[in-house]
Design a binder for this molecule. Structure first.
Ligand SMILES: Nc1ncnc2c1ncn2[C@@H]1O[C@H](COP(=O)(O)OP(=O)(O)OP(=O)(O)O)[C@@H](O)[C@H]1O
Length: 357
C-alpha cells in the first residue's frame, strides 16, 4: 500500500486528501475541473511542496513535513506524463528515451528503452524529432520516456485531454498493455468516466479538494450517494467475456455474472475478457418482460435502492443483476407508477451498451 496525506490551504481552495493506494494496477482519480487532481499529483511527484504532507510510496518516505523530510522530485522515482507531451525538441525520440534511461534510479521497475519502445509500439519513430510526430505519437513517446526512467509509480495527468478522439482510441490500448504487463502502479487523473471505466481497478472520486469516495471501480461507480451518480455519464461497469459472435448481424454476445448482452461486434474473439460501460440513461425498467420490443437486451433484476436523480423529475435506481450492479435513470413519475422499492423484481431493458474502447 502507498499512503498519501496532503493538507494544503491555498486561499479559498483547500486540498485535504488522505488516501491508501494499491501497489499495482491503475487507480483513476476522477473529478470535475478545479477539484485538485493536478495539485495532488504534483504534490506526489514533489513538483509542489505542500506545507503539511506525509507521502509514502513503495515503502519509501517521499515527504514527511512533521519530520522535516522532503525528497526532491528527481530522487523520487515517479514517472510523470503531462496533458501535453513535454519532449526535448532538440533530441530525436531515441535521444529522449536515452536521456530518461541515464537518469533512471536503481531499484525501479525493470523496463529498458527497448522494452518501453516495444510496449508503446514506437520502434519506427526512434529517428524522428518531436515536431515530426502526431499528437498521439508524441504522447506514446512521453509515456515510454517516463517508463525508461524506471519509475516506482507512474503518474498520468489527463494524458488524453489534449488529443482528439481518434488518437484517444490509438493510445488507450497501449495503456491497457502497460497495466496488464508491468507491475508499476499507475495514478491516472481524468475527468472522463469512460476512461476510468476502461483502465482502472480502483476509483478515487474527488470534489472540492477532498476525496468523496475511494474503492474498487465497479462498486464505487454504482454508489448512488455520490455526486458522480448525478452526472450525465453515470453508469455501471460490467466485467465479463465475449461468448459468441453473430456475424450475420454484426453482433457479439457479452457474458457477465448476471446474464448476457448483445453488443455491436468489434472483432473480439470468443473468450476475450472485456469491460462494458452501461450508462444509467440507457436503461429503462418494466415490471414484466417486454414483448414485441425493439430492445434486444432484457435482464431480470432486483431493485436495491432508489434515489433522486440529477433533476427533480428524475430518479436513479441501483439494480442487482446476478452478482452485478446496474444503474437506471428513469422519471420520478415512472418510479412511482411502478412502485419501485427495495426488493422489487423488474426487467431492465438496456437500450445501448458499449465495450469500453
Ligand atoms: N498557484 C495557485 N495558488 C492558489 N490556488 C491555485 C493555484 N493553482 C491552482 N489553484 C487552485 O487550486 C484548485 C485545484 O486546481 P487543480 O489544477 O489541481 O485542479 P484539477 O482538478 O486538476 O483541474 P483541471 O481538471 O481543470 O486540470 C483550483 O481551484 C485552482 O484555482
Amino acid at each position: 500500500m502507498n499512503a498519501i496525506r496532503v493538507h494544503w490551504p491555498r486561499g479559498l481552495f483547500v486540498l485535504d486528501v488522505s488516501l491508501e493506494l494499491p501497489d499495482n494496477g491503475v487507480t483513476a482519480i476522477l473529478g470535475p475541473s478545479g477539484c485538485g487532481k493536478t495539485t495532488l499529483l504534483r504534490c506526489i511527484a514533489g513538483l509542489e511542496q505542500a506545507p503539511e504532507a506525509a507521502i509514502e510510496v513503495g515503502g519509501e518516505c517521499w515527504q514527511h513535513t512533521a519530520r522535516g523530510e522532503f525528497v526532491p522530485p528527481w530522487q523520487r522515482g515517479a514517472g510523470y506524463v503531462f496533458q501535453e507531451a513535454s519532449l526535448f525538441d532538440h533530441l530525436d525520440v531515441r535521444g529522449n528515451l536515452q536521456y530518461a534511461e541515464r537518469r533512471a534510479r536503481n531499484g525501479g521497475a525493470g523496463v529498458s528503452v527497448a522494452q518501453a519502445t516495444e510496449l508503446l509500439g514506437i520502434g519506427t519513430l526512434l529517428g524522428r524529432r518531436p515536431f515530426e510526430l502526431s499528437g498521439g505519437e508524441r504522447q506514446r513517446v512521453a509515456i515510454a520516456r517516463a517508463l525508461a526512467a524506471r519509475p516506482r509509480l507512474l503518474l498520468l495527468d489527463e494524458p488524453l485531454a489534449a488529443v482528439d478522439v481518434s488518437h484517444r482510441r490509438e493510445i488507450l490500448p497501449w495503456l491497457e498493455t502497460l497495466r496488464d504487463e508491468l507491475r508499476i502502479p499507475m495514478l491516472y487523473v481524468t475527468h472522463a468516466a469512460d476512461e476510468a471505466a476502461r483502465l482502472a481497478s480502483t476509483l478515487v472520486l474527488m470534489r472540492g479538494g477532498r476525496v468523496e469516495a475511494a474503492g474498487p471501480l465497479a462498486a464505487t461507480m454504482a454508489r448512488l450517494d455520490l455526486a458522480a451518480a448525478k452526472m450525465d455519464d453515470a453508469g455501471a461497469v460490467l466485467e465479463g467475456r465475449i461468448e459468441a459472435r453473430d456475424t450475420r448481424w454484426h453482433l457479439t454476445k457479452f457474458g457477465f455474472a448476471g446474464g448476457a448482452l448483445w453488443l455491436a461486434d468489434r472483432g473480439h474473439e470468443p473468450g476475450t475478457a472485456v469491460r462494458v460501460h452501461v450508462l444509467a440513461r440507457d436503461v429503462s425498467l418494466a415490471l414484466a418482460p417486454p414483448e414485441n420490443s425493439s430492445i434486444q437486451n432484457v435482464l431480470p433484476c432486483t431493485v436495491r435502492e432508489v434515489a433522486p436523480g440529477p433533476h427533480p423529475s428524475q430518479a436513479i435506481v441501483r439494480l442487482q443483476c446476478g452478482e452485478t450492479a446496474l444503474l437506471a435513470r428513469i422519471t420520478a413519475r415512472a418510479a412511482d407508477a411502478l412502485a419501485l422499492r427495495e426488493g422489487a423484481h423488474v426487467w431492465a431493458q438496456v437500450k445501448s451498451a458499449a465495450l469500453v474502447d
